[in-house]
Design a protein around this ligand. Structure first.
Ligand SMILES: NC(=O)c1ccc[n+]([C@@H]2O[C@H](COP(=O)([O-])OP(=O)(O)OC[C@H]3O[C@@H](n4cnc5c(N)ncnc54)[C@H](OP(=O)(O)O)[C@@H]3O)[C@@H](O)[C@H]2O)c1
Length: 259
């Protein structure tokens, strides 16, 4: 399927590894010019080189912390008026909510809610003027079904979802869409470290922790980040212009509800 976005400019935040990287790769395959981002310079440059080589697309590496004003400035210096923005950032670590200090709670809200709002503020008006814009927010399946220890992540992302629900309706008339991808359990570095932590806590191996998690997923496997990247690219496509304010859960059937 030709996604109709060749030549479009995309910023994919937090994309040197994992889900962000998979989104960047699929957008590059669709012919977009893509900004790759992450804090570790070597990792960002290595990923940019790999995607450039595989797709022949123009790829710009920006080593920067997306949560800081300087980091955001660096992203927009590399791509002043993106047509596509994929909001992504690290999630907070697992923690019993009783242990969270006030600064930790505020940091979590900044990381998983405020940053995406700030970036959206910066891109939205030029998108409206050009009558094309696609914003995809990577949130989490925990927005729909909470997971013990990830309450801060769930709360901040649910806040972002509600905030953007109204914004999405206010810009839809200009062919600017805002949607949400909710990952369940994808095979990324973040997940590996979660399995290792569960293993240490329960005195089992990381492989056992992973097997237990997979057993609870109807698809009986972890998600492949490339499946996630493909869904993201579709939401950024020309054809997806009538889909806005929606949450797409990608979890191998783990959420048990009919709706
Ligand atoms: N994997 C899953 O199944 C799953 C499930 C639910 C929710 N999620 C959420 O989806 C998001 C992506 O997860 P993932 O599994 O892809 O994580 P990951 O494999 O750990 O990759 C995270 C990426 O974000 C970059 N990054 C982290 N903090 C950054 C910052 N402040 N500024 C710029 N780049 C930053 C990392 O590079 P540097 O470290 O070099 O900065 C890396 O490229 C997270 O918010 C996670 O909580 C994932």
């Amino acid at each position: 399927m030709n996604l109709g976005i060749a030549g479009r400019k995309a910023i994919v935040c937090a994309s040197s590894r994992g889900l962000g990287r998979a989104c960047a790769r699929r957008l590059a395959e669709a012919g977009c010019e893509v900004v790759i981002n992450g804090r570790n310079k070597d990792a960002v440059e290595a990923t940019a080189a790999e995607i450039r080589k595989a797709t022949n697309a123009k790829i710009i590496a920006v080593a920067a912390d997306v949560a800081t004003p300087e980091g955001q400035k660096a992203l927009f210096a590399a791509c002043p008026e993106p047509d596509i923005l994929v909001n992504n950032n690290a999630g907070p670590p697992f923690r019993d909510f009783r242990e969270l200090s006030r600064p930790q709670i505020i940091d979590g809200v900044i990381a998983n809610m405020v940053v995406a709002i700030e970036l959206t503020q910066k891109v939205i008006d030029p998108m409206i003027a050009r009558k094309f814009g696609r914003i995809v927010n990577i949130t989490s399946g925990t927005v729909k079904a909470p997971l013990f220890g990830l309450d801060l992540s769930s709360g901040a992302r649910a806040g972002l979802t509600a905030f953007m629900a109204g914004v999405a309706r206010s810009v839809a008339g200009a062919n600017v869409t805002i949607n949400f991808l909710q990952p369940g359990t994808f095979d990324t570095d973040r997940l590996k470290s979660n399995f290792e932590m569960t293993a240490r806590k329960r005195n089992i191996t990381a492989e056992q922790a992973k097997a237990e998690r997979m057993a609870g997923i109807p698809a009986r496997r972890l998600g492949d980040p490339d499946e996630f990247g493909a869904a993201c690219a579709f939401l950024c496509s020309a054809q997806a212009g009538y889909i806005t304010g929606q949450n797409l859960l990608l979890d191998g059937g783990a959420f048990p509800g009919a709706f």
